[in-house]
Design a protein around this ligand. Structure first.
Ligand SMILES: [Mg+2]
Length: 214
């Protein structure tokens, strides 16, 4: 291992994969199944389902839990739904190359709010690069905006927060929360609009910043 940082942590959606798969599952697949089950139109079903999501809200653990929603709507077999959209999992272009390169010098982990079912499905092709994966909502019943999540990861890995770096596309979840306990966190803004010392526009740039910490 080289340098001052030993563990690199990556967010999942918006960082390794785009949101296409998730958006289709939540906003098309589930409403379609619900429409079929209830014998109502897709539009009606979508309206209902989205209203139900909003009632719970993304501040609650259940919001991220596909099993909870299948149960609540009386649906069956989320795995089949995932399979229907399996050609809609899109990694950002630099992902494999960067992970492959960083893997040689660092321990790589994945840290997401997504439920474990999404985590497993979305990481199939890059799973080999990661020593460990963590779902805040499934594994610890918390959210990333709570620094407890990052503390828990450091405890499990037995690494000081200062020796870990994290990258992700949400300021509160991926930058403010980990920085609160001393993790070297970087903000991924793929639009390239933000410019400061802790912002990167892709993972190539993250790799460069990490290597320049040494
Ligand atoms: Mg994200």
């Amino acid at each position: 291992m080289v340098g001052s940082v030993k563990v690199l942590s990556f967010d999942l959606e918006g960082t390794l994969v785009n949101h296409v798969f998730s958006d289709l599952v939540w906003n098309e697949g589930i409403p379609k199944l619900y429409a079929e089950k209830m014998g109502i139109s897709f539009e009606e079903a979508k309206n209902f389902v989205l209203t139900e999501y909003a009632k719970v809200g993304d501040g609650k653990i259940e919001w991220y839990d596909i099993k909870y929603w299948f149960n609540r709507f009386g649906l069956k077999n989320y795995k089949k739904l995932f399979e229907n959209y399996s050609d809609k999992v899109f990694y950002y272009p630099e992902v494999e190359e960067v992970l492959d390169s960083l893997k040689k010098d660092y321990m790589l982990v994945l840290a997401t709010n997504s439920g474990r079912e999404f985590l497993e499905f979305l990481t199939e092709k890059v799973r080999k690069y990661f020593d460990k994966t963590f779902s805040a909502t499934s594994d610890f019943k918390c959210l990333k905006k709570d620094s407890f999540f990052y503390q828990k990861i450091c405890d499990i890995l037995n690494v000081k927060p200062e020796l870990m770096a994290h990258v992700g596309d949400r300021l509160e979840d991926d930058v403010i929360s980990p920085r609160r306990i001393g993790v070297k966190a970087f903000y991924l803004d793929r639009s390239g609009k933000t410019s400061n010392s802790f912002t990167v526009k892709n993972l190539k740039e993250f790799e460069f910043k990490i290597k320049s910490l040494d």
